[in-house]
Design a protein around this ligand. Structure first.
Ligand code: ADP
Ligand code: ADP
Length: 221
């Protein structure tokens, strides 16, 4: 599903060069739930962003769902990202001025889905995360765990093949964190979603199929 070959990422800011990733080779199978761990600054977010076509590698090759990714920032890339990938962030990234329902509908607006279908799909996604009764609320009126569930609904509303989660439980207490983890496990088991999750939490990581450790931009074998 995700095939990374010799991925290197070097950040160049003024005179400082940072090698965030050094020749990473990684293959994520369809239906797999993979977690990525490692100390702060080891390249986890960079790796996830490269998988998600948010960040471009300095060198190396990426194939997603059998498709070789070559040119970045093109229109087709944006469409690919919108249709095939779902993102979940530590800090939720919800839009405070929009209702829960409108936040979840967002990816479908870019896809030009009719308003009637958007509504139906968004309600179904909120139902899946147990938050349909909060669809008229605004993000500021929700707990952290509820916000993250809204973010998950937004990530899955278009039924992406791959879900990329960057420390999805990092801002939550252990009860809420476990709830979020159970939703992700359910998505993986029941809906066959391929999931890659960055986490600092060994307990969460142990519930996934496979754990990849990074240290200083390299994979620890
Ligand atoms: P992690 O997610 O494991 O904490 P990151 O992927 O965020 O690590 O960062 C890896 C390394 O790359 C760090 O040394 C970080 O400072 C550097 N880095 C990340 N993003 C940028 C950027 N946009 N510009 C310059 N350096 C960056
Ligand atoms: P999240 O949205 O998952 O909560 P953070 O708030 O930790 O993520 O922000 C991580 C982002 O900051 C990454 O996308 C990375 O590109 C950027 N970043 C990390 N380190 C640096 C750095 N040294 N210089 C510039 N940008 C950085």
């Amino acid at each position: 599903m995700i095939h990374l070959q010799d991925i290197t990422k070097v950040y160049q800011t003024k005179s400082i060069e940072t090698t965030a990733l050094n020749r990473i080779n990684l293959q994520v199978e369809a239906g797999e739930f993979l977690s990525i761990m490692g100390p702060s600054g080891c390249g986890k977010s960079t790796l996830l962003n490269i998988m998600g076509l948010i960040d471009e590698p300095t060198a190396g090759h990426i194939a997603l769902n059998g498709q070789q990714i070559t040119a970045y920032n093109s229109r087709s890339m944006a469409r690919f990202r919108n249709e095939q990938l779902g993102f979940i962030f530590q800090s939720f990234h919800l839009i405070g001025e929009l209702s829960v329902l409108d936040n979840v509908e967002l990816p479908l607006i870019y896809r030009k889905v009719s308003s009637k279908d958007r509504r139906k799909m968004a309600e179904a996604a909120l139902e899946q995360v147990g938050l349909k009764n909060r669809m008229r609320h605004f993000p500021g009126q929700l707990s952290g765990g509820q916000k993250q569930r809204v973010a998950i609904a937004r990530a899955i509303v278009g039924q992406p093949k791959v879900i990329l989660a960057d420390e999805p439980t990092g801002n939550l207490d252990s009860v809420m964190g476990n709830e979020i983890m159970n939703i992700l496990l359910h998505l993986n088991q029941e809906q066959k979603a391929t999931i890659v999750m960055v986490t600092h939490d060994e307990t969460m990581a142990r519930k996934t199929h496979r754990l990849v450790r990074l240290f200083d931009g390299s994979q620890v074998l």
